[in-house]
Design a protein around this ligand. Structure first.
Ligand SMILES: Cc1ncc(COP(=O)(O)O)c(C=O)c1O
Length: 394
């Protein structure tokens, strides 16, 4: 099997599993308990907080453990919005290619009376700092722009966006779920006030993540109950998960530069190979994208069929369409970068892991070429394109 869907989730690393096990088996105490077993768990939790903080340039008290990226996004955005509303500021700026955890939170806030300005991301999927600058108003309380996109892998100019927000006194949140553990992230250097991350995207366990909130940015809790996480996130802590997350993050940052170079070379080999398929196009910026991310549209086919046939060949990939939501709508990300519906339906996302090899990349290229040709051979849409009844777009 070739697993090329690392943006969906990653395999837990051995280091992370090993770090987690003692907190499931022997050191299973509740960190709130006063006896030694509980206090050992509490110490492990705080050590993990220190590790995570130092790896992103933060202080331990600026890290709040959550159930993952979605929760961190919800809490960051709601907290900043309500802080703004308390000062009469109800304007938020974002962009249309955010993850649904951000988009749906913003849609709900719109219903609560907030106004959202959606910055264009242009054909390459990247926000322009000068357009952010122009969109900021006196009543803007929050800018939320993701560090890297989960579908097309584009990397935003976070440092420049954060600088603008800092200069204008506006809080800046970034969903860094696809970035943390894959590209350098430093909250201080990047001028970030709030940042979301998720362990299962960097070889940690599912169901655990963190929210960085710069000291002085007051968070609102989403979950009421006990006083865990300084009263900002009730619920017995996921000690094993948090410890494993810290171990996974530490491991992914070690040797990141070399991994990035190797993965970038493999990614570009994959892009070159898939470009040989007629009437295809790469989605997102060719250079400013995550090292392992490849996203293509192929005219005249359905992404879902492509996925199923690749699965038959032992290749795990993903399509841009919103299959997770059970809808047949094409990806909001592909539409936002200007792909028309028909073309957006024929998309394929391949996200390589650190252990990917040249031989695997070549196998993927051969398999995609074969499957696309096969699907086109009986596609009425493709026939119409070839007969000139409808014009080719790509
Ligand atoms: C960019 C981005 N944000 C948020 C999330 C949600 O993270 P989680 O699955 O940890 O809730 C994801 C997960 O796919 C993501 O890719």
């Amino acid at each position: 099997m070739i697993y090329a869907d690392n943006a969906a989730t990653t395999r837990m690393s051995k280091t992370a599993v090993e770090a987690m096990l003692p907190y499931l088996e022997d050191c299973y105490g509740n960190p709130s308990s006063l006896y030694a077993l509980g206090q050992k768990a509490k110490e492990a939790l705080e050590r993990a907080r220190q590790t995570v903080a130092s790896l992103i340039g933060a202080e331990p008290r600026e890290i709040l453990f959550t159930s993952g990226g979605s929760e961190a996004d919800n809490q960051a955005i709601r907290s900043a919005a309500y802080l703004g509303a308390a000062k009469g500021k109800r304007h938020i700026i974002s962009d249309p290619i955010e993850h649904h955890a951000v988009l749906h939170t913003l849609r709900k806030l719109e219903k609560e009376g907030f106004e959202v300005t959606w910055l264009p991301v242009h054909e390459n999927g990247i926000v322009r700092p000068e357009e952010l600058e122009a969109a900021i108003r006196d009543d803007t309380c929050l800018v939320t722009v993701m560090t890297a996109n989960n579908e097309i892998g584009t990397i935003q100019p976070i440092r420049a966006l954060g600088r603008i927000c800092r200069d204008r006194g506006v809080l800046f949140h970034t969903d860094a779920v696809q970035a943390v553990g894959h590209i350098p992230v430093n909250v201080k250097e990047d001028n970030v006030d709030l940042l979301s991350a998720s362990a299962h995207k960097f070889h940690g366990p599912k169901g655990v993540g963190f929210l960085y909130a710069r000291r002085g940015v007051r968070l609102q809790s989403l979950i009421e109950g006990g006083a865990q996480e300084r009263g900002l996130r009730a619920g017995t802590e996921n000690v094993g998960g948090v410890v494993a997350m810290a171990a996974a993050l530490e491991e992914s940052l070690c040797g990141m530069e070399q991994t990035t170079d190797r993965l970038t070379a493999l990614r570009d080999r994959l892009i070159r190979g898939l470009r040989e398929i007629p009437h295809s196009a790469l989605n997102g910026d060719a250079a400013r994208r995550l090292p392992g991310n490849v996203n293509f549209c192929f005219e005249g086919i359905e992404g879902e069929s492509l996925l199923l046939l690749l699965d038959d060949k032992g290749i795990c990939a993903s399509s841009g369409s919103a299959c997770t939501s059970g809808s047949l709508d094409p990806s909001h990300v592909l539409l936002a970068i200007g792909r028309v519906h028909d073309v957006a339906h024929g998309s394929l996302r391949l996200t390589l892991g650190e252990d990917a090899t040249e031989a695997q990349v070549d196998e993927i290229i051969a398999a995609v070429k074969e499957v696309v040709a096969h699907l086109r051979s009986f596609s009425p849409v493709w026939r119409d394109l070839c007969e000139g009844k409808t014009p080719f777009i790509l």
